[in-house]
Design a protein around this ligand. Structure first.
Ligand code: C2O
Ligand code: CU
Ligand code: CU
Length: 487
């Protein structure tokens, strides 16, 4: 079903730019598996669904030889898969994950976007699971948890970027009210996991030392569900629902579908109040959207494009210009192609999706400044309020059952997507301009030179957790803070 990478098409699209590196890096024909100690590919289920209120699975992290597009690559995988198996549960379900670390490094698991405890055997990012060790994660998804598209990935500070870039990421879907809306239920559902990779000539991951980590590493091989330019279809009923995850370490995606708008129905924290029509979507690392796409009377082939975006740069050229820039600056690239041969029936969009309450006046207002600088003995570091991450220091203390406004100010030279664990928030304003519609989010872009104000209700779960930049190299290089939620 999946279309192979069409080299000529890519080169046409990316001519005149550094994007031609993409074609070059796909030339690894002559790998020698004898030199690499990895386990062979395995075939385990690609998704797991809860039954009778329980989702119970074994999850193994390991180095594997996998097929990526039509090439062989050596990646870090959960259960041998790129992307990792999709997990599906419902509000009220218990989740038991017997996790085995067969990587060569310590690691752990984070359940990005789930509103569950940050402690014990739940979403505890302070755990470290050594190579060869296993750990039993267990938690219950609250009965009033929103339906939405969440995900899981490693979160051991210092190794997050490297491990995610190796491929360790999978969807965690919570099914609920949104999925029961008739128009949405009738739509064909597809999942789009966006990842990028960089390889040496033998299909092995490029080492961190060779990547531009201060900018945030980006790979020139971009995949959707582990494929290059897969072919997607629209059903005859005319409506498709895409759940899109940016699981890249640093790469932003500015998405547009030729001749079709997107109808945005959900952000990271679940459903919007009603669909919002947009022609483009900017998806930073960590972010998810759910959109509806309507087919029309013009059958054909439409490309899902990644448009240029400049996310800023640091320094003054000491590393050469290629390493200094973040993002796809010049030309669009193709992520996937949508095909339909005959005109489709005009489909109706849902009118109401969910109710999103306005949050009460905050009890506390804080300011968080994002920037970078030099630290003695550490070189370039990324900072929140002038400080790089420190395991033992509590940076922010809040009270459970209160609401706070955080004013996040980016005084640096690069964009930073700000992410908070455990509790969803609403964006109140950007540069004092009120946000046009309400949405629950867990990651918000704070562009360089700009200020974003978010409102956070701290609910249900006390304990220590974190907030950070979701360009995971920036997180590993210090742009993270400890948050203590007290009873
Ligand atoms: Cu997706 Cu703290 O991360
Ligand atoms: Cu997270
Ligand atoms: Cu950042």
């Amino acid at each position: 079903m999946m279309k192979k990478l069409n080299r000529r098409q890519f080169i046409t699209l990316t001519a005149a730019s550094a994007g031609t590196a993409l074609a070059a890096s796909w030339g690894w024909q002559k790998f020698n598996s004898a030199q690499i100690s990895v386990q062979p590919a395995i075939e385990l289920p690609k998704w797991h669904k809860s039954t009778d209120g329980l989702l119970e699975i074994n999850l193994e992290a390991s180095n594997r030889a996998v097929k990526l597009g039509d090439q062989q690559a050596y990646l870090l995988t959960y259960n041998g898969q790129i992307p990792a198996p999709r997990l599906e549960a419902k509000p009220g379900d218990t989740v038991r994950i017997r996790f085995i670390n067969n990587l060569a490094q310590p690691t752990n698991l984070h359940y990005h976007g789930l509103h569950i405890p940050p402690t014990g055997n739940a979403d505890n990012v302070f755990l470290s699971i050594d190579p060869g060790e296993s750990f039993n994660y267990e938690f219950t998804i609250p009965a009033n948890h929103p339906a939405g598209t969440f995900w899981y990935h490693p979160h051991l500070h210092g190794l997050v970027a490297e491990q995610l870039f190796g491929g360790l990421a999978g969807l965690f879907v919570v099914r609920g009210e949104l999925d029961e809306i008739p128009e949405i239920k009738a739509a064909k559902e597809e999942f789009l996991v966006l990842q990028d990779f960089a390889f040496d000539g033998e299909g092995r991951l490029m080492s961190s030392a060779r990547m531009s980590i201060m900018t945030g590493r980006e790979g020139d091989v971009i995949t959707v569900n582990g494929e290059s330019n897969p072919s997607l279809s629209l059903p005859a009923e005319g409506l498709v629902r895409w759940r899109i995850l940016n699981a890249s370490t640093s790469r932003f995606y500015r998405l547009a579908l030729e001749k079709h708008p997107f109808y945005l129905i959900a952000t990271e924290g679940g459903a919007l109040e009603q669909p919002v029509e947009v022609s483009e979507l900017l998806l930073t690392p960590g972010q998810r959207v759910e959109v509806l796409v309507k087919g029309d009377r013009q059958p054909g082939q439409y490309r899902l494009l990644n448009l240029p975006y400049n996310r800023g740069a640091i320094g003054m050229g000491m590393m050469g210009s290629r390493g200094m820039m973040g993002g796809n600056r010049n030309t669009p690239t193709v992520l996937a192609t949508v095909n339909y041969d005959s005109p489709v029936k005009p489909a109706a969009l849902p009118k109401k999706l969910a109710a999103i309450p306005a949050l009460p006046t905050p009890q506390q207002v804080r300011r968080l400044e994002l920037n970078h600088g030099m630290a003695a003995g550490m070189g370039m570091v990324f900072l929140i309020n002038g400080q790089p991450f420190e395991h033992q220091r509590i940076d922010t203390q809040v009270k459970l059952d209160t609401v706070e406004d955080w004013e996040i100010v980016n005084t640096g030279m690069m964009d930073h997507p700000f992410h908070l664990h455990v509790n969803h928030f609403q964006v109140i304003s950007r540069n004092d301009q009120p946000e046009p519609y309400r949405a629950w989010k867990d990651t918000v872009l704070v562009p360089r030179g700009e200020t974003v104000r978010i409102r956070i209700p701290f609910r249900d779960f006390p304990g220590k957790t974190v907030y950070h930049c979701h360009i995971l190299d920036h997180e590993d290089l210090g742009m993270m803070g400890n948050l203590l939620i007290q009873t």
